[in-house]
Design a protein around this ligand. Structure first.
Ligand code: MV4
Length: 445
């Protein structure tokens, strides 16, 4: 097992990783920028290294400075959390060269999955369902138009180097196709330095469902699904699980396990899918890291996923069988972003008062506290409120009670929006697709 691990992240996930390291008896070292020098995870860490930069984000993105910090403090491994360098194959490779473990998949697997064309191809070969689309990258407009006509409109053009909704174009009819293709290629080139794009049938009225996976490089298991359709501009707001019948979970679960094993996946992963109104699944992409909403799965399975990811990275084989994993009850996570609940604009500032809810089945993951300055330069996630109930109805009631008990003075939060969603009829009836917030503009009034 590792003796010392460097956490190359900030905020709530840095604190979450620190908790697992403490549980495992591993020393925790943090890097941090100026804004975070007094933050809770930095104060709790066994050692902290300040990477001073003018741009607040730069402290968490400077590969060479972080590698140097890991060497200086004698870290055996680096945990990247989510965002920043978590999916960066160059970072993973630099650590590999220095003999420091990157807690996550190999740089080779990060490259394969980071390219949405090779990821799609690998997962299709492993037996995952994919939307009808171009077999590889398309560049010639005439050839591309032929493929689009064959698939049938609407189609979606996606950047190979994209993901998470960056660089996509939906095309409704043939007349608009060629200009959309050029636009998408141009944007992909300027955003990623790679103009390769591919085509898919556009799936309408879909739900967003993802599977939690853990692999050890040889074998993999899944921890069921999360339902994550409630989002705006690809930023999720509320996640819950379970969502599927046991039969469907077993079918898709077996396939994601085969997909993870086919690429020799090591660590935590999330397999993202769309599910259309007739119940068909379409693989979208693999997120090769711990996710913000891993907590939902922890609540319904009882496993400490972050600790399992660290143990696997240290060289342990998967310590559990698929039959050791079962799902109990229902969990919902509300992201308490420091944002205006109507405009969803960030609301940075000082927290004059903070009272967190508690009670049966209530969990709060947050680095924030009374007196904390919510910086304007980072993601606006202030806290995650996660509840567990024996069924969805109990989870909804507990979440509403916990939201009503939460006091955060000084900044705006999404609490009023969450409470409005919880009492909305379509949400109550589980009648939710990825366009839920656009279709319920009244919730933002
Ligand atoms: C799609 C799609 C419809 N059809 N692909 C957005 C995130 C990226 N992972 C892929 N995305 C989508 N891909 C096909 N063939 C619709 C989306 C999409 C979406 C997916 C999941 C959650 C929210 C979304 C919001 C808008 C579009």
């Amino acid at each position: 097992m590792f003796r010392r691990v460097l956490i190359a992240n900030r905020g709530e996930i840095a604190l979450r990783i620190l908790r697992s390291l403490r549980t495992l008896g591993i020393e925790a070292v943090m890097i941090h920028g100026r804004e975070d020098r007094l933050s809770t995870p930095v104060r709790l860490a066994d050692e902290a290294i300040h990477i001073a930069r003018d741009d607040p984000l730069a402290s968490y993105l400077d590969i060479e400075a972080i590698v140097a910090a890991a060497k200086e403090v004698g870290a055996d491994a680096v945990h990247p959390g989510y965002g920043f360098l978590a999916e960066n194959p160059v970072f993973a490779e630099r650590l590999e060269q220095e003999g420091i473990t990157f807690i996550g998949p190999s740089s080779k697997v990060l490259r394969l999955l980071g390219d949405k064309i090779t990821a799609r191809e690998a997962m299709s070969r492993a037996g995952l369902p994919i939307a009808q689309g171009s077999p590889g990258p398309i560049s010639d407009p005439k050839e591309a138009t032929d493929i689009a006509k064959q698939i049938g409109f609407p189609v979606i053009i996606k950047a190979a180097a994209g993901g998470g909704g960056i660089g996509m174009q939906v095309v409704q009819k043939q007349e608009e196709f060629e200009s959309a293709l050029k636009l998408c290629q141009g944007r992909a080139l300027s955003a990623f330095g790679d103009d390769r794009v591919f085509l898919e049938k556009f799936i309408e009225g879909a739900q967003h469902i993802e599977f939690q996976v853990l692999g050890d490089g040889t074998r993999a298991v899944h921890f069921g699904e999360r339902f994550c359709s409630i989002q705006r501009r690809h930023q999720k707001i509320l996640e819950e699980g379970p969502w599927l019948t046991e039969e469907v979970r077993e079918d898709i679960g077996n396939r994601v396990v085969a997909g993870a094993e086919a690429v020799g996946y090591k660590g935590l992963a999330t397999f993202e899918f769309l599910r259309d109104s007739s119940g068909e699944f379409y693989f979208l992409e693999v997120n090769p890291r711990v996710q913000v909403e891993h907590t939902v799965t922890e609540m319904i399975t009882g496993f400490d996923l972050v600790s399992l990811g660290i143990r696997i990275a240290s060289g342990e084989n998967l310590p559990l069988l698929q039959s050791d994993i079962s799902i109990s009850g229902h969990a919902i996570q509300a992201r308490l972003n420091a944002e205006n609940p109507r405009t969803l604009e960030p609301s940075p500032g000082r927290l004059w008062e903070c009272h967190w809810p508690s009670g049966p089945g209530v969990r709060v993951d947050s680095h924030a506290h009374t007196g904390y300055d919510m910086p304007p330069s980072f993601d606006s996630l202030l806290a995650k409120l996660i509840v567990w109930g024996r069924d969805r109805d109990e989870a909804v009631r507990r979440l509403d009670a916990a939201l009503s008990e939460t006091l955060i003075l000084g900044v705006d939060t999404l609490i009023p929006l969450h409470r409005a969603i919880l009492s909305e009829e379509d949400f109550r009836n589980r009648d939710v697709t990825i366009t839920y917030l656009e279709e319920h503009a009244e919730l933002l009034e």
